[in-house]
Design a protein around this ligand. Structure first.
Ligand SMILES: CCCCCCCCCCCCC/C=C/[C@@H](O)[C@H](COP(=O)(O)O)NC(C)=O
Ligand SMILES: Nc1ncnc2c1ncn2[C@@H]1O[C@H](COP(=O)(O)OP(=O)(O)O)[C@@H](O)[C@H]1O
Ligand SMILES: [Ca+2]
Length: 589
């Protein structure tokens, strides 16, 4: 009660910032200071949301080159999030702002610091106190350690965060640690690396939560338990798509500040069930065909660093492959949103906020996110199952936009981070020029779905099965007859899968032969048009060599220390109203 009263109080004083007198005001939500000089018509107000204050310390504090504190008894220093003016394609860069205030008396200084500490505690319940940090020293350009120690650790220290740092010694080191060790006392896990490293940590965090809840995560019918640990991402990988799509920039300092202030962004996760009862998780891409082949090819050229994807992309493109199969998908409610509605999921997204309520509406009685959806083996009461088969250049499923530096709007520009759905993109077989047009549109603002051989569906679950050998031979024959025109020349049977008995047949657990796994050199692909019968799946940058899979989207299964992409354009022209909402900016008066 006392705390509430204290935070409701408004503190207003005349304080000095440098050699200028300012009127400083602290409400429960904002700290603001305005130059008091009546003659200056351009005087500015700086407004910092309390949630974005990093630290308040008594004295005149300097942190560079080394921390020093000079306390005259009348000063205090505030560290906070400051948005940089530099224009970026997507979100905004954050930097550490710092202002030293001088009060007329020690009593007033103590009142200010005490009050600031109180509102900070009240408004930032998710600020981490203890973090488990995993650094992949071999991600991206091998700079993980350097990035963490020079840019991130000093911010964690300033914020009083206790970090336990582990530099990984092998692949799956982080996952195994999370699964086996006691994580009591940690508020979150920080991943210094790329999408592959994030994926490893995702497996550890989800696996641990299900272990502790006594749930079998391999069973696609099970409703998974939301993970209590937040995950922070410090980008130090090759694609860094999860960071780009949830923050809008690839910048270790911005990401570290989101962690420090305890931002929280729920994220949908796709479980990929394969083989004899096994599971993998994905948030960015579950991709068969082109993206699977690019990944398989790129693994041979890891020494090239991030450039391996460009090189392998060209090799695989020139090999001009397509693969046959049957795709079945369970449509999400089309009244809620559409992958072609031209909207973007930005910070404070309305579709995602409404989904939180919808996804957890029945959680108190059933504990189920999909109380009406019990997995792949139920009848069709849970929605509309559709089925198509034919030859595809690629089949991709993503829970979010999957934007990255190469594709600033992403694989599916209107996908949502936390709406409990994924977007299924089917690119039917087409000529190389058509496919190039599709790929190229990822790098521009042109609509990549507005092509006759591309379709996109918002879904809750997907199943992929290989075509039977007979169908495949027919497909290959039609290929060699030159029937793969730009419209795809595919067999489409948008039938309801309620009538498809084989939906419940389950994956056959078919593995590829080593010959299949080898990506044919592009010359061979071009000259002989000999294509392997099956591709592999790219599951967030990890190869999954089982072609037959069942995928299910779990709405908001994990939380990141992020807040979604901030709309740079509207924040740059910020108005008083905007400042009240949740941003730090300079107000012109
Ligand atoms: C003619 C120009 C063609 C440009 C095509 C650009 C398409 C870009 C679409 C990118 C979608 C990225 C989805 C993210 C996947 C990551 O999980 C994965 C792993 O990333 P990591 O290596 O761990 O950072 N990266 C890739 C390339 O498969
Ligand atoms: N110490 C290590 N040695 C080798 N591989 C590792 C190590 N730590 C993590 N990995 C693995 O490296 C893979 C790629 O890591 P990531 O950080 O995503 O880099 P990139 O974005 O360059 O692919 C991940 O699958 C992860 O499991
Ligand atoms: Ca989603």
């Amino acid at each position: 009660m006392k705390t509430q009263m204290e935070t409701d109080l408004k503190l207003e004083s005349s304080l000095w910032v440098g050699n200028k007198r300012h009127l400083a005001v602290l409400t429960g939500w904002h700290l603001r200071w305005t130059e008091a000089d009546k003659k200056n018509p351009d005087k500015k107000t700086v407004s910092v949301p309390v949630a974005e204050v990093v630290r308040v310390e008594e004295g005149r504090v300097k942190i560079l080159p080394h921390k020093s504190v000079e306390d005259t008894g009348r000063d205090f220093t505030v560290f906070y999030v400051k948005r940089s003016n530099s224009r970026t394609t997507s979100g905004l860069l954050w930097r550490l702002g710092q202002t030293q205030f001088t009060c007329p008396s020690r009593v007033l200084r103590d009142q200010w610091t005490k009050h600031l500490w109180t509102v900070l505690k009240t408004h930032s319940p998710l600020r981490p106190h203890r973090l488990l940090v995993f650094i992949n020293p071999f991600g991206g350009k091998n700079k993980g350690r350097q990035i963490y120690h020079s840019l991130v650790a000093p911010l964690f220290e300033l914020a009083g965060i206790n970090s336990h740092v582990i530099v990984t010694e092998r692949a799956n080191h982080a996952r195994d640690h999370l699964l086996k060790k006691d994580l009591t006392g940690f508020d979150g896990v920080v991943c210094v690396g790329g999408d592959g490293m994030f994926n490893e940590i995702l497996h550890g965090v989800i696996g641990k939560t299900q272990q502790e809840a006594g749930l079998c995560e391999n069973d696609p019918a099970v409703t998974l338990q939301q993970c209590p640990l937040h995950i922070g991402i410090i980008p130090a990988g090759s694609t860094d798509c999860v960071c780009y799509a949830t923050v809008g920039v690839i910048d270790p300092v911005t990401s570290a500040l989101h962690i420090v202030i305890g931002d929280s962004q729920p994220l949908d996760v796709c479980s990929v069930h394969y083989g004899p009862g096994q599971v993998r998780y994905s948030v960015s891409l579950v991709g068969y065909g082109f993206y699977g082949d690019v990944l398989a090819e790129s693994e041979k050229h890891r020494w090239m660093g991030p450039f391996r994807y460009d090189y392998s992309g060209a090799v695989v493109f020139l090999s001009n492959r397509s693969y046959s199969g049957t795709v079945q998908y369970l449509l999400a409610d089309p009244l809620l949103s559409s992958p072609r509605d031209k909207t973007r999921c930005l910070s404070g997204c309305g579709v995602c906020s409404r989904s939180t309520e919808r996804l957890f509406r029945n959680s108190s009685d059933s504990g189920s996110l999909y109380s009406s959806y019990s997995g792949p083996f139920s009848n069709d009461s849970e929605g509309e199952w559709m089925s198509v088969d034919g030859r595809f250049k690629c089949v991709s499923l993503t829970c979010m936009s999957s934007s990255c530096a190469k594709s600033p709007l992403g694989l599916s520009p209107s996908a949502h981070l936390a709406d409990g759905t994924g977007d299924l993109i089917l690119v039917w077989d087409t000529n190389p020029l058509g496919f190039l047009k599709y790929l190229h549109r990822h790098t521009t603002t042109q609509d990549q779905f507005d092509l006759p051989f591309v379709e996109v569906h918002r879904v809750k679950a997907v199943r992929f099965a290989l075509a039977s050998r007979g169908e495949e031979a027919e497909d290959n024959e039609s290929l060699s007859n030159g029937m793969d025109g730009e419209d795809g020349g595919h067999i489409e049977n948008g039938s309801r899968a309620g009538s498809l008995q084989h939906l419940a047949a389950g994956a056959k657990g078919q593995t590829m032969t080593s010959e299949d796994k080898t990506v044919t050199p592009f010359m061979c692909g071009l000259c002989c048009r000999k294509t392997p019968a099956v591709s592999v799946w790219n599951c967030d940058g990890e190869i999954l060599p089982f072609p037959e899979i069942f995928c299910k989207i779990h709405g908001q299964l994990v939380h990141l220390y992020a807040r979604g992409i901030e709309d740079g354009a509207s924040l740059r022209d910020c108005t008083e109203e905007r400042v009240e909402s949740n941003t730090t900016c300079i107000l012109q008066r």
